[in-house]
Structure formats: structure tokens, C-alpha cells
Design a protein around this ligand. Structure first.
Ligand SMILES: Cc1cc2nc3c(=O)[nH]c(=O)nc-3n(C[C@H](O)[C@H](O)[C@H](O)COP(=O)(O)OP(=O)(O)OC[C@H]3O[C@@H](n4cnc5c(N)ncnc54)[C@H](O)[C@@H]3O)c2cc1C
Length: 442
């Protein structure tokens, strides 16, 4: 493990305590380190897709190098392996590293560093954080979310995967999860389980850390319309966990869930303006696409490009405004994040369809050709179209974002609920009686 007292990113003050160096000096040092230690990214953005677990070795090595040099978790607490520096140091490093190749763990990088670790920092015990956060920063642990179930997606508090504590103190996990992005190459999953069936559904939930390779865990990949198989379903058969694996408090998992959803919907990152989409000219991807099909001078195609450009501008302005509001008033972040999420859910399908309209009737059948970059760019547009509904579902559907905005921002009346105050066991018994389906042990 790295010795955090030797971090090159810090100075020793006169009183023996470590002081953050002046920002300009830090930035100059980071620039020099980056030039010496990182490779230039080739092209505008290297396309990297995690295929099989072996692909990760190079990314993990790169992450470890950043960690060893003190450039991973720059604004995360020092006691958990971070640098404890203010957020602007993190931003400064990221700006200096633009154009260089940084570790890319695909979708699991987002869940590990953007959602799970931040949730752990907010809710897990100090011992849990000491055990896992340094390993996450070093690239040794990648995490996914075991959240959704076949019968609990939008109604997330309705999960039925169950953890029961046996007399020896071991938790026994049984049930199944679905739609877990990238679980097939993750090391751990954050799993939401029911630990109390005799209280209303939001009150009997607990989060657990589940090793992906633990005995009793089965992970299967699901083929998607794009041809990828990034999603997984998991089955838990008598998986043994301990109190050390609990994240947050037993039966108080809904509080942890609120934090997790905030990060998942971009409420955490939106405060950071360096993450926002920078101005990119006039829809350059669509300009290239129109050129590749010989329609750059076609007024109809140009009209579609301008529509995309106007939407791009409006979306950037919306995200910038949301970021400013959240920074000014962090208490609003949880509900305002729904606007940003909804903008992706509404806008992604429109943007992807514009590309297909430029391409014409053959576009949706475009295929990759390694020898032909234009064909590959076209195929990516077709794949983006097939996958363009992702953001209207993932992390809460468009309808659920609208519900949140209606209730929490606009102050409209809450959706009527028949099960909010009933013990969850009774909710399921009622549902079985209404549908005429009996037979479960619960
Ligand atoms: C790209 C992608 C990545 C994902 N990654 C993960 C992951 O890593 N881990 C994970 O656990 N899950 C993941 N999911 C699952 C995702 O969170 C769920 O699919 C989502 O919450 C919707 O749940 P559902 O599919 O069960 O749909 P349902 O909840 O069954 O909804 C069906 C329809 O009913 C509507 N609806 C439901 N309730 C209401 C209501 N109260 N008011 C109005 N309309 C309503 C919905 O909007 C939707 O149109 C992912 C999904 C996608 C698409």
C-alpha cells in the first residue's frame, strides 16, 4: 500500500503538518508528471470497450500508477488513501490531463468512482472505508450496483432479495438482480436486500458489499439490441456475508439509496464545471456523417445538423444552469439532478434519430469495417440509435424523473400510494390475494 505521508502532491508545513501547495505550483508539478508518465491519447477519444476481464490489466496498471503518485482520489479523504485536497486541485489535474490516456474501465469505471465509492464515503463505517476505498483508488476493486430486480425497478423499495442473519451472526443472501451494467467484469457489487419484512417497504432495507466471486453468486450476461452484452443478471443462493459487509445501517438502506441515486443521476458531478460538455463546434459528428454519405451540401441534411446544434447548445446551457444552482444551494441537488437526467433521457433519442435521418433508409443497418474509419463512424451512429433509449430508463425512467420534479421541485401532490405504511409482507400477501396467486413462503 502507498505511504500517504510521502505524497509528492503535498508539502510539509513549518509546523510539521502537511499543507496543500499553491494551486499554480500543484498544477505545474502535475503537468510535468503527466508529460513524463502518461501517453498521449490518439485521436479525439480512444474508443475502449471492456470485452473480457483480461482487458483490464493495462487499465489497472495505469490506475495504480496514478494512485502511487498521489493523483487518484485527489479530493478524497487522506485517511482512506485520497489526498484530501480541495475540489479545484482535482479539476486542475483533470484539465492538465486532457489529451492524455487515463484509465478507462468502461461503464464500471462510472459506477465504481462516480457512484459506489462516493456512497461508501458518505455512509459506510470507517473500517469499511479503510478496507475498500484505498483498493478502489488503486484500481484493485471495481464495483457495480446490484439494485434492480425483475419486480423492482421504478419501485426500487419493493426489492425481494433477502438477507437473513443466522444465530452465528452470518448474513445469508438469497434472491436475484437484473440489468447490472458490467457486472461480468466487476470485483464487487453493492447489493440492496430486504432485512425486515415486518415494516413498511422503505424501512426494512440494507446495503451489502457482495464479492462477485463469492460462493453462491452466479452472474450471467444479457445480449442487447446493440449486439453488446454489457448487462447482467445475478442469482444469489445462500451467499454468506458478515456484519463487516454492511454499508450504512441495518434496515436504514433507503437513506443510502437516496445518496446513491443522487450520484447516479449526476447530482454530485454537476457541481463540477470541468466535467460539463465543452463547446464542440457545430455538431461535428453529424457534419462528418453527412460528408461520408455525400450530403454535406444537401439543404435537408444541413437543416438536421442545425437542429442538433441548437439542441446541443440548449442542453449545455441547461446543464450549466443546473450546476450553478446546485453549487449555490447543495440542498436542491437531489431533486434538480432529475432535470439533467431527464434531459439525457429525452434528448439522446432525438439526437440519435437525427443521425439516422441524415444517413437515410440504409443507416440503421450500417456495419463496422476496421479498414474503413468512415464506415465505422457510421456504424457507431447506428449503434447509438439502437441504444438511444438507455438514458430514458437507466437510473430511473423519464416518467420517474418527471414524478420527482413534480413532487419535489414544483410542489405538486404526491402520487397516491396504497402500500407506503403497510408491512411489506402484507403488501405481497394482498397482491397475491388480488391476483389469485398464492404459494410463497413470505
Ligand atoms: C442502460 C441501463 C443501465 C442500467 N444499469 C443498472 C445497474 O447497473 N444496476 C441496476 O441495478 N439496474 C440498472 N438498470 C435498471 C434500471 O434502473 C431499471 O430498468 C429502471 O429503474 C426501470 O425499471 P424497470 O425496467 O423495472 O421498469 P418498470 O419499473 O417496470 O417500468 C415500466 C414502465 O412503467 C413506468 N412507471 C413505473 N412506475 C411508474 C410511476 N410510479 N409513475 C409513472 N410511470 C411509471 C416506467 O416509467 C416505465 O415506462 C439499468 C437500466 C438501463 C436501461
Amino acid at each position: 500500500m502507498r505511504d500517504v505521508t510521502q505524497d509528492p502532491a503535498r508539502d510539509e508545513g513549518q509546523d510539521g503538518r502537511t499543507q496543500p501547495p499553491p494551486l499554480a505550483e500543484y498544477r505545474a508539478r502535475a503537468r510535468a508528471w503527466i508529460a513524463e508518465n502518461l501517453e498521449r491519447a490518439s485521436g479525439s477519444r480512444v474508443e475502449y470497450r471492456v470485452g473480457e476481464p483480461a482487458d483490464l490489466a493495462a487499465e489497472r496498471r495505469l490506475q495504480r500508477r496514478l494512485y502511487a503518485a498521489g493523483y487518484a482520489g485527489i479530493s478524497w479523504p487522506r485517511e482512506y488513501g485520497g489526498q484530501g485536497l480541495p475540489a479545484e486541485y482535482e479539476r486542475a489535474f483533470r484539465l492538465e490531463a486532457r489529451g492524455y490516456r487515463l484509465p478507462d474501465f468502461g461503464v464500471v469505471g462510472g459506477t465504481t468512482y462516480g457512484v459506489c465509492a462516493l456512497t461508501m464515503l458518505a455512509h459506510a463505517s470507517p473500517e469499511f472505508r479503510r478496507r475498500h476505498i484505498p483498493r478502489i483508488l488503486a484500481g484493485d476493486e471495481l464495483w457495480v450496483e446490484f439494485f434492480s430486480e425483475p419486480a423492482a425497478g421504478s419501485d426500487l423499495a419493493g426489492v425481494r432479495t433477502t438477507a437473513t442473519r443466522d444465530p452465528s451472526g452470518t448474513w445469508i443472501l438469497n434472491g436475484s438482480k437484473i440489468w447490472s451494467s458490467g457486472a461480468y467484469y466487476a470485483d464487487w457489487g453493492m447489493c440492496l436486500a430486504r432485512t425486515n419484512w415486518d415494516v413498511p417497504k422503505h424501512r426494512g432495507l440494507t446495503w451489502f458489499a457482495v464479492p462477485a466471486t463469492a460462493p453462491g453468486v452466479t452472474i450471467r450476461r444479457i445480449r442487447q439490441i446493440t449486439g453488446d452484452a454489457e448487462f447482467c443478471e445475478e442469482f444469489f443462493d445462500n451467499v454468506e456475508l458478515s456484519d463487516d459487509d454492511v454499508i450504512g445501517e441495518v434496515d436504514n438502506g433507503w437513506t443510502v439509496t437516496q445518496t446513491m441515486l443522487l450520484f447516479e443521476r449526476g447530482g454530485g458531478a454537476a457541481h463540477d464545471s470541468s466535467r460539463r460538455v465543452a463547446p464542440r463546434g457545430i455538431a461535428p459528428d453529424l457534419v462528418e456523417l453527412a460528408r461520408s454519405v455525400g450530403r454535406l451540401n444537401d439543404p435537408l441534411a444541413r437543416d438536421l445538423i442545425v437542429r442538433a446544434h441548437v439542441d446541443d447548445l440548449a442542453r449545455r446551457a441547461l446543464l450549466a444552469r443546473l450546476g450553478q444552482r446546485m453549487t449555490r444551494d447543495p440542498g436542491t441537488a437531489a431533486s434538480l439532478a432529475s432535470y439533467g437526467k431527464l434531459s439525457s433521457g429525452v434528448y439522446d433519442p432525438i439526437r440519435a434519430r437525427l443521425a439516422m435521418e441524415i444517413g437515410g433508409p440504409d443507416a440503421v443497418a450500417w456495419e463496422r469495417d476496421d479498414a474503413d474509419p468512415a464506415a465505422t463512424a457510421q456504424a457507431k451512429a447506428a449503434e447509438a440509435f439502437l441504444g438511444s433509449r438507455f438514458m430514458s430508463i437507466a437510473g430511473g425512467t423519464n416518467e420517474m424523473q418527471r414524478n420527482t420534479i413534480g413532487e419535489r421541485v414544483l410542489g405538486l401532490p404526491r402520487e397516491p400510494s396504497f402500500d407506503r405504511d403497510k408491512p411489506f409482507r402484507e403488501v405481497l400477501q394482498d397482491a397475491r390475494a388480488w391476483t389469485g396467486r398464492g404459494g410463497s413462503s413470505r
